[in-house]
Design a protein around this ligand. Structure first.
Ligand SMILES: [Zn+2]
Ligand SMILES: [Zn+2]
Ligand SMILES: [Zn+2]
Ligand SMILES: [Zn+2]
Ligand SMILES: [Zn+2]
Length: 361
């Protein structure tokens, strides 16, 4: 980045700016644009209307009159637009096109107003650095006001924070009135635009610095009172760091009301990192949940029984009991007819004997 003490950069910046103003003045739009053929159209519809009226052709006369009205409205719109352009041009005509000499003077005046003024050759930006800015006891650090010199229609600028003390809850906000390097100009919008249009670069930089030095809570992206607050990932609320905690799994920030503990290991969890147990419906961290061996649904240690969730365990038990009932009868018939070599057990025979004895002879 060429500093301003190096006169060559200043001349380079001044010639680029002067070229911008010259080409902008030359490429001006035409001032008065009339609807094409409006005069012939008005004369023709007027002639046709009078003829139709004279012959008593009421329908045709009405049509001609409508055409006349519409041609007149188009002309009125064009006249109004032309009037506006002429008034703007009248103001511009009184201004002188900023010359290279004038731009150099403007740039020189900046050096005494700002901590540092420089030209960034790579980005083709004129850079003025402010003093460290403190608003409502919040230290925001110094800012660079960067004016792009290669803009065609319009000169654009951006605000870059040097210390990057952006709001804790939003890294895009580097100042209560700067988001994504864009300044919310508020009431200063018109003054800034005119200063740039007229080549009053000194005024432009001072106006922008003045907005950076001022705090307006009504148009703040982030309130200074909330500057060091953190944002809860779950509900988006802004909270004081002392009232927040981090999720033990993903480390996201959580407010007190979104913070939830694992019912088994007491780990702090965000909404994403906790899951319900199929059995008891309580919430746990993924480490404390196991998949049921049958349905693969998450289950907490309390509800898991022999690797199964309560439902799967119950159905397993039931099916097991049924199996036992079905298997029992097939095992029982150890009938003597199949094992004839074996000596019958006396207890097996006894009832038969008793039965025979019971039958009367
Ligand atoms: Zn929350
Ligand atoms: Zn988490
Ligand atoms: Zn846990
Ligand atoms: Zn459970
Ligand atoms: Zn299951």
């Amino acid at each position: 980045m060429g500093s301003f003490q190096d006169g060559r950069w200043m001349l380079k910046a001044a010639s680029q700016l002067a070229e911008h103003y010259r080409s902008k003045w030359e490429s001006s739009q035409p001032l008065c644009i009339w609807p094409p053929g409006y005069q012939q159209a008005i004369e023709r519809w007027q002639r046709l209307y009078q003829r139709a009226r004279g012959r008593g052709w009421n329908g045709a006369a009405r049509h001609c009159l409508r055409q006349l009205l519409s041609a007149n409205v188009q002309l009125a719109v064009a006249v109004n637009a032309g009037q506006e352009r002429l008034l703007v041009e009248e103001r511009r005509q009184q201004q002188t096109i900023p010359s290279e000499r004038m731009v150099v003077d403007e740039l020189r005046s900046l050096a005494s107003e700002f901590e540092q003024v420089a030209y960034d050759r790579q980005s083709q930006e004129l850079v003025a650095v402010t003093e460290p800015i403190t608003l409502d006891e919040v230290d925001l650090g110094p800012f660079e006001i960067r004016l792009q010199l290669n803009g065609i229609d319009k000169l654009c600028y951006r605000i870059v924070a040097l210390d990057n003390r952006s709001a804790r809850g939003s890294s895009r906000v580097s100042h209560s009135h700067v988001q994504d390097e864009t300044l919310c100009e508020g009431d200063g919008h018109h003054a800034i635009a005119v200063a740039l249009e007229e080549g009053r670069l000194g005024d432009f930089f001072l106006l922008v610095r003045q907005i950076l030095r001022t705090y307006n809570s009504a148009s703040a992206y982030v309130y200074l009172s909330d500057w060091d607050n953190v944002t809860c990932t779950d509900c988006g609320d802004s909270v004081v760091p002392s009232e927040s905690s981090g999720c033990d799994r993903c480390e996201e920030t959580l407010c007190e009301s979104c913070c939830c503990l694992c019912d088994h290991c007491d780990a702090t969890l965000c909404n994403q990192c906790r899951e319900g147990c199929l059995g008891c419906d309580d919430r746990f961290c993924t480490n404390c949940l196991s998949a049921c061996a049958d349905c693969e649904e998450p289950c907490c240690p309390e509800c898991l029984f022999e690797g199964r969730c309560p439902d799967c365990h119950t159905s397993y038990e039931e099916s097991h009991e049924i199996d036992e009932d079905e298997v029992a009868p097939t095992e029982e018939p150890e009938s003597p007819s199949t094992d004839q070599n074996e000596t019958p057990c006396p207890t097996d025979i006894q009832p038969l004997c008793l039965g025979e004895a019971a039958v009367p002879a």
